[in-house]
Design a protein around this ligand. Structure first.
Ligand code: API
Length: 305
């Protein structure tokens, strides 16, 4: 996608830097311009040395189906369909902007409803999970996606550890997730085996990888290697995926607290409509401006008061 003819009129965009439990975001506002963020710009913005630095970039665009369209990019520039933590940030941002606590956010995976319950907390209805192998997606048919053997990845030494992890549960909650059930989530060297699992040939669109330690019927400790972003302090969609997978396999109840390195999320897989409701905090970090070249490249950025 070329931005050559669509550079913003003022050659800069406003942005907000926010996070959900330390999973941090640059939220770029392109609603009033014809400019569109692309993967290359998202990568540049995400770079913690040369750019603003973040796990994901969310570009706000106009929508004719919802209050806005939120285009989500991972730090590696890959565009994805869901991001729970940034959805809470955008809900609070919209409430601050228009005074309305409820909003609808369109994403590539569909329209989600969100409620800003205060200036720094929000609840998001992430919709219903999908379990079919085609919906995950997986590279070949699998009958029971709640217990999947993740075979050799051909990725060398790191894959040997995978076999000790046993069977995984896979689910799509707007993006693909693979959940391993472990006794001690912090004991797994996820930085070492995460890349091999993320790129495993069973997942044609790659996958987000979770190590889940069930503490009891309503508490899980979680560590996540995110597709396109690596280790993060929190992952809202992984918390949703783990809750669904634990309830589906009888390991925990449908409403529980998921404890991530950045803090806890309240996740409820509602029995009445199968929707997943995620509730948690939002942190404002700063506001700023991004300078864009006529070719759509990042040429500068600054915080503004
Ligand atoms: N941190 C995000 C997940 C981003 C998902 C992305 N890593 C993907 O490729 O699906 C969250 O809070 O849900």
């Amino acid at each position: 996608m070329s931005n050559v003819l669509r550079a913003p009129a003022g050659d800069h965009l406003r942005y907000w830097k926010m996070n959900g439990l330390g999973n941090d975001f640059v939220i770029a506002d392109t609603r009033s311009t014809s400019f569109r963020v692309d993967g290359a710009l998202a990568r540049a913005l995400s770079d913690r040395d040369e750019g603003i630095g973040c796990d994901q970039v969310a570009a706000l665009e106009p929508s004719d189906r919802a209050d806005l369209f939120m285009r989500i990019f991972n730090a590696d520039g890959s565009e994805v369909g869901a991001c729970g933590n940034v959805s809470r940030c955008v809900a609070v941002l919209l409430a601050d902007e228009n005074g309305l606590e409820h909003c609808m956010i369109e994403t590539a995976s569909g329209v989600i409803a969100a409620t800003a319950t205060s200036t720094d907390t929000a609840s998001v209805d992430m919709g219903a999970p999908k379990f079919g192998w085609i919906d995950i997606p997986l590279a070949h048919p699998v009958d029971d996606t709640s217990e999947v053997f993740i075979g050799p990845a051909g990725a060398g030494a790191a894959e040997d550890d995978v076999f000790d992890l046993g069977l995984a549960s896979v689910v799509n909650v707007g993006n693909p997730h693979c959940v391993f059930w472990v006794d001690d989530a912090e004991a797994i060297d996820l930085a070492r085996i995460g890349p091999a699992l993320e790129q495993h040939p069973l997942f044609p669109e790659r996958v987000n990888v979770s190590m889940a330690q069930v503490n009891g019927p309503d508490s899980i400790t979680l560590r996540v290697w995110e597709r396109g972003a690596g280790l993060t302090r929190a992952c809202g969609t992984a918390a949703c995926a783990v809750t669904v997978a634990a309830a589906r396999t009888g390991r925990a109840k449908r409403h529980l607290t998921v404890n991530l390195p950045g803090g806890p999320l309240d996740i409820h897989w509602r029995a009445s409509d199968d929707h997943i409701i995620m509730t948690g905090p939002v942190e404002w970090e700063h506001r700023g401006e991004i300078d864009i070249s006529p070719m759509g490249a990042l040429t500068g950025f600054r915080e503004v008061a």
